[in-house]
Design a protein around this ligand. Structure first.
Ligand SMILES: [Fe+2]
Length: 305
């Protein structure tokens, strides 16, 4: 659920509990039980806010509850100081639960962030080593991840989707670890047999990445990063929208980065020359929507000479 949806749920839940609690009388036993149950339900929104938004969320919701609950304590029990003391005691327990849950989930979120960062740094180390071997620079995978994320922004991916696309772009060539150096680093044209070995790298990469649970979605991009929009790619010959969108976006970016990087057998193309090549590949190699979105990225956001 998105942030706005979570806020709406919290507001609706809090207002509904407060409204029913205020309306249900206490002067018959059956009603009184219901009234007390509704009072206990006030614990729900602060805990939910803590889970979704950490300490800040829990404090905001508990504050709102305190205002609504205070109306009830003052208006429903005029001059009954014993009962009002009981209500104020309950109010303090809302704060105790809200603050403890808020602090715990805040800590959990921080630990999760550290874990994600550690995972990312480990993967960066791995792909940097691979890049260094094949491209003599450790920046190729990081650049294509950055450009793919710029494209993903234009296609409305949420944070989880963007994280998967980012990891997919970063790890796209991890399967080349299974390609022998004499083929991977061969300066000349590959023989048919060598090409077959080389073309196995998306499937090999998929086999590696798909074993890691939090990278399952990214694995689909690794598997499909050499597919072409017209179905002439490999390894599965997927066509059009059968290719995962992340892989369709990545394909444009990968070719752009390859064209604008120098190779031993040719100099780097300029940004403008590379865009002409990308346009030529629209609808054949690339999804035309991905090409249009890429062409709309401001020049200064792409680190080319
Ligand atoms: Fe590749």
């Amino acid at each position: 659920m998105r942030t706005k949806g979570k806020i709406v749920v919290l507001i609706l839940l809090t207002v509904t509990i407060a409204f029913l609690h205020f309306l249900v009388p206490t002067d018959r036993h059956t009603f009184h039980i219901l009234h007390i149950i509704l009072r206990k339900l006030y614990f729900l929104p602060p805990v939910m806010a803590a889970v979704w938004f950490g300490l800040r969320g829990a404090v905001h919701v508990t504050l709102s509850i305190s205002v609504l609950f205070s109306f009830h304590a003052i208006l429903d029990w005029p001059e009954n100081y014993m009962e009002q003391a009981n209500q104020w005691g309950e109010l303090v327990s809302f704060w105790a639960v809200g603050l403890v849950a808020g602090l715990l989930f805040q800590r959990e979120r921080a630990l999760l962030r550290d874990l994600l960062r550690a995972n990312e740094e480990t993967l960066l180390g791995l792909v940097s080593a691979l890049d260094m071997k094949e491209h003599n620079t450790n920046l190729h995978s990081q650049r294509v991840r950055k450009y793919t994320l710029l494209l993903a922004d234009k296609f409305g991916f949420d944070e989880t989707g963007k994280r998967a696309i980012g990891f997919g772009a970063l790890l796209h060539d991890v399967g080349k670890i299974a390609v022998p150096d004499e083929i991977l680093l061969k300066p000349g044209t590959l023989t048919d047999e060598e090409q077959k070995v080389m073309r196995n790298h998306p499937s090999a990469g998929y086999g590696i990445v798909n074993r890691i649970e939090f990278l399952r979605e990214a694995a689909e991009i690794v598997h499909a990063h050499h597919e072409r929009f017209d179905g002439s790619g490999y390894p599965r010959g997927l066509k059009g929208e059968d290719i995962p969108l992340g892989a369709r976006l990545f394909a444009v970016v990968d070719v752009y980065d390859a064209l604008t990087s120098a190779r031993p057998y040719r100099p780097a193309m300029s940004h403008e020359e590379a865009l002409i090549e990308i346009k030529k590949g629209s609808s054949r190699h690339f999804d035309p929507k991905a090409v249009d979105a890429f062409l709309a990225i401001p020049r200064e956001e792409l680190n080319t000479a």
